[in-house]
Write a protein that binds this ligand. Structure first.
Ligand SMILES: Cc1cc2nc3c(=O)[nH]c(=O)nc-3n(C[C@H](O)[C@H](O)[C@H](O)COP(=O)(O)OP(=O)(O)OC[C@H]3O[C@@H](n4cnc5c(N)ncnc54)[C@H](O)[C@@H]3O)c2cc1C
Length: 373
């Protein structure tokens, strides 16, 4: 067992930390207050090769490990979690191309996404279901020269301006995966959603009305893609957990800073035992969450089946992040609910993660099904 980051991982973490502090701090208002995505950041993310961290350099990636991906997302979320979600989605889409596309398609799409020339989105959630992908109603019908897709997807991150979408649809009664260029006839998106947290990520509905795609847009053959969805979600869960670690770290730092300046009876509230208890709980939960997340990244890099471990990690880390950010808010007293203080946004953002990539209830189901008995 080695609980140290490698020199390379540490150097990478430091450079992303510096980048996030310099480049993301000025974007907080655009994303959180105005609910807009700042497109000018994309070439800068690409210049650092942050869209391609774990992918092969021959497809435009940086050839690093999943631990590095987790470290980058942690540093991003400390400053602006919504931007981390944007980065995560690009990884999830590129990972689908990496695992299921033809060599020519990989060469067409992966470098373009890594270089910020193209943006991807990923869709399984629908108006009638998010937790049970087997209930999806989007359908694909085979025709002579390809497939015709009809249906609707809901809560799709990046959808309003994505160039390509990886979309799950039922083909001959079984779940298949397609990629669809968003400029195809019949593809449209709904209005951008106004939401509690992770604002500025641009979430919308997507509609397919007789969208035609060629045969080679079916990824990995017909049917059996419930497993591909679970696999995509394990990457997503690692990304989300890393972001929650960043949110918790930021909450702890904000709570310490506030408590050292807020005076009560001529001394900072930091000296009160009640505040010690809150800070100590926050610090211990953060540490447990961080190591669970790094371990999940380590297992992913070993190529192990991580479905149960990712579910355990996601369940613990996302619910812990809500607790830790709530305690950080409590340290701030009534100022914690003021938009003048960063903790207010951290708390709103933390709540979002309990819903993404499968709710906490679904993680519990996944875990229990895999317990030895
Ligand atoms: C910020 C954000 C970004 C998102 N981005 C994307 C995206 O890019 N692409 C995408 O496809 N989706 C995306 N989603 C959708 C997200 O994955 C779904 O919202 C999520 O899977 C839950 O689905 P639902 O909201 O339909 O809840 P439902 O499935 O309707 O569940 C409602 C409640 O019932 C519980 N429940 C349902 N079934 C079970 C069960 N079998 N056992 C126990 N409890 C159960 C759930 O836990 C929940 O509490 C995003 C969501 C958010 C909030």
């Amino acid at each position: 067992m080695d609980f140290n980051l490698t020199e390379q991982q540490q150097m990478f973490k430091n450079s992303v930390k510096k980048f996030a502090e310099q480049e993301l701090t000025p974007l907080v208002d655009t994303m959180d207050k105005q609910n807009n995505f700042p497109h000018e950041i994309r070439p800068k993310l690409a210049a650092m090769n942050l869209y391609g961290i774990p992918f092969d350099p021959k497809y435009g990636g940086a050839g690093a490990d999943h631990a590095s991906l987790a470290l980058a997302l942690e540093e991003f979320a400390k400053i602006l979690a919504a931007m981390a979600i944007h980065l995560q989605l690009q990884h999830v889409v590129n990972d689908r191309f990496n695992k299921l596309a033809t060599e020519a398609q990989k060469k067409q799409w992966m470098p373009a996404i890594c270089e910020a020339k193209k943006v991807g989105c990923f869709g399984f959630t629908e108006p009638d279901t998010g937790s049970n992908p087997k209930m999806i109603k989007t359908v694909a019908k085979e025709v002579k020269d390809g497939y015709i897709i009809n249906g609707a997807k809901r809560f799709i991150t990046n959808a309003p301006w994505a160039d390509v979408m990886c979309v799950f649809a039922k083909l001959e009664g079984d779940i298949s995966l397609f990629f669809v260029e968003t400029n195809r006839k019949g593809f449209s998106t709904g209005p951008k959603m106004d939401k509690l947290g992770l604002r500025g990520t641009d979430l919308s509905d997507v509609f397919f009305e007789d969208v035609h795609v060629p045969k080679d847009h079916l990824m990995g053959g017909k049917g059996g893609k419930f497993d591909a969805l679970k696999d995509a979600m394990t990457i997503g869960k690692l990304c989300l957990s890393a972001q929650c670690v960043g949110l918790m770290q930021a909450s702890l730092e904000e709570a310490i800073k506030y408590s050292m300046h807020r005076m009560h009876f001529d001394e900072p509230i930091f000296n009160l035992q009640a505040i010690h208890w809150l800070l100590a709980e926050m610090a211990s939960r953060l540490e447990a969450a961080r190591w669970l997340t790094y371990r999940a990244a380590f297992l992913k890099d070993q190529g192990q089946d991580t479905i149960k471990d990712m579910a355990i990690t996601k369940l613990f880390v996302t619910s812990t992040a809500v607790d830790v950010c709530r305690w950080g808010m409590q340290v701030h007293g009534a100022y914690g609910i003021s938009k003048e203080y960063k903790i207010e946004r951290l708390f709103r953002d933390a709540k979002m993660y309990e819903l993404l990539e499968g709710t906490s209830e679904i993680q519990r189901e996944l875990i229990v099904k895999r317990l030895p008995r």
